[in-house]
Ligand binder design. Structure first.
Ligand SMILES: [Zn+2]
Length: 191
């Protein structure tokens, strides 16, 4: 599948604050890399990202070999389930930078840029025990479910009340993605 590249999503809103125009920009650019954990999981991570982008229909996540070049780290932790009682975590972050004058100066533009990123963490044993392909060429469903759920949190989604929804707090058993992919596309302003 040929994906439309989506390196950057910008939404620009201009509003007037104390007579001064503020130009607001939102940047949703997610570059993921394995930051911590067994390096042999890199190919799986890359495949998960490709598979994810295929389902969205756009490249909403980029993969990098280098954690220094990424803003969205992936941690693979041994004993995570024992420690936290969960096989994964997903969080989102935002950072806002304001440039310009704090006291309005006529004709001077103030810009505000908010950049979003995420972090996910997975249990190493869960990944190891679910590495086997579902069918030739198709990744294991348990891993894809976990990845989609945690990245969903990374894209600011909360838990869904419907237990068949992939964003339900418990991802075991049959899940459907019917509302998930449209939600992801919506988050990026895509249709
Ligand atoms: Zn969750």
């Amino acid at each position: 599948m040929l994906l439309r590249s989506l390196a950057l999503v910008l939404s620009v809103v201009t509003f007037v604050s104390c007579g001064n125009k503020v130009q607001k920009t939102e940047v949703k650019q997610y570059v993921m890399a394995l930051k911590q954990g067994d390096q042999s999981f890199k190919p799986i991570l890359k495949r998960l990202i490709d598979d994810y982008n295929d389902h969205v229909g756009y490249q909403v996540i980029e993969y990098s070999e280098s954690p220094d070049a990424a803003n969205s780290p992936v941690l693979i932790t041994k004993g995570l389930e024992n420690r936290d009682g969960k096989v994964g975590w997903g969080q989102w972050f935002s950072q806002t930078e304001r440039r310009g004058t704090s006291i309005p100066v006529p004709g001077q533009k103030t810009t505000e840029t908010t950049t979003y990123s995420l972090q996910v963490e997975f249990d190493e044993d869960f990944l190891s025990s679910n590495q086997k392909e579902q069918s030739p060429g198709v990744m294991n469903l348990e891993i894809r479910k976990l990845f989609a759920h945690e990245v969903g949190h990374g894209f600011q989604m909360g838990h869904a009340p419907n237990e068949r929804d992939i964003m339900y707090f418990d991802i075991s058993g049959d899940k459907d993605f019917a509302t998930y992919w449209p939600q992801v596309r919506g988050f990026f302003g895509l249709q």
